[in-house]
Ligand binder design. Sequence first.
Ligand code: NAD
Length: 301
Amino acid sequence: MSELTIGFVGLGNMGWPMAGNLYAAGFPLVVRDAAADRQAAFAGGHPGVTAAAGPGAFAAADIVITMLTDGTVVADALLGWGIAAALRPGALVLEMSSADPADTLRTAAGLAAYGVRMVDSPVSGGVPRAVTGELSLMIGGDDADIARAQPALRVLGDPARQFRTGALGTGHAMKALNNVVGAATYCATAEAVVAGARFGLDPKTMIDIINASTGQSFTSGMFAANVLNGAYATGFMLGLMAKDVRIAQSVIGASGADAPVLALTGERWARALGDLGPAADQSRAHQAWWADALGGSDAAV
Ligand code: NAD
C-alpha cells in the first residue's frame, strides 16, 4: 500500500482504466465523476475506494489527478465544485486532460490561492495504452512538483515515453500541436485519395503505396484500418480531435506564428464537427468535406 492518497476526477474512457491501474498499484483512492452512476460503479468494483460524496472527501488526497473533457471542465471541478478548497496546502494537481494551456494557467493561479501546486501531463496512446499503463506523457511544470508526481506518472505512463516539455502549460500546448499535425495530415491524405480516385486510381492501391512511401503517416495507417474498409472505429471521437485542433489555433494565435495550413485545418475540422457531431469517430471527418472540396459527394471513398 502506497503512502500517497490519490484523488481521481473523471472516470471516462481514459480515466477509468487509469484509475484502475493506480488502484492495482496499491494507492488509496478517492474518486469523483459528475456521472453519479459511473462513480458508484467504479467504487463498487474496487473495494476500499472512496466515492466522493462531496468535495470534502479530497481533504485526504496528496495528489489529485484530473482526466476531464477540457480545461473549463477542469476549472469547474477543482475551483467551482470545491475540490481546491478542500485540499491541504501543499497538495498537487496533476492535470492529464487535453486542455487549452491558457485555461491551465488560469486554473493554476486559482489553485495557488489555496497553496495547491499544478503539473500538466496530457497523454497520447488512447484507451489501449491507458489500459496497459503505457501512455506517452508530455509533462510541464516545476522540477520539484514533477518529482512529487512521479509515483503516479510511473504507473500511468511508459517511463521511456515521458517527455519533459518545460514550464506549466507546455505539455498542453505540445499535445494540441501534435494533434493538429495529425489533423492536417488527415486533410491532406483524404484530399489526395479523392483526387486520385477521380483520376482513376484505386483508393486501396493508393493507400498501400502511400503506406510504403514518403506520404506515409499515422493517418495513412488509419485510412487502411478504418476508412477504406468502412470500419470507422479508431475509438477517438471527432469532438475530441476537433477540440485539440481548436486548442492548437489558440496556441498558434498566442504565439503569433504564421500558420495558414493549420488555420485551414482548423476550419475543416470545425466543419466536420458541425456536420457529423462530436460522437462520430474521427476517421469519418472526410464525410463532411466532399461537397466543398469536390463539388459533390464522392462514393469512391
Ligand atoms: P470521456 O468523455 O470518456 O470522460 C470524461 C469524464 O469526465 C466523463 O466520465 C464525465 O462524466 C466526467 N465529467 C465531466 N464533467 C465533469 C465534472 N465537472 N466533474 C467530474 N467529472 C466530470 O473522455 P475521455 O475519452 O476519457 O478523455 C478524457 C480526456 O483525455 C480528454 O481531455 C481527451 O481529449 C483526452 N484524451 C482522450 C483520448 C482518447 O483516446 N479517448 C486520448 C488522449 C487524450
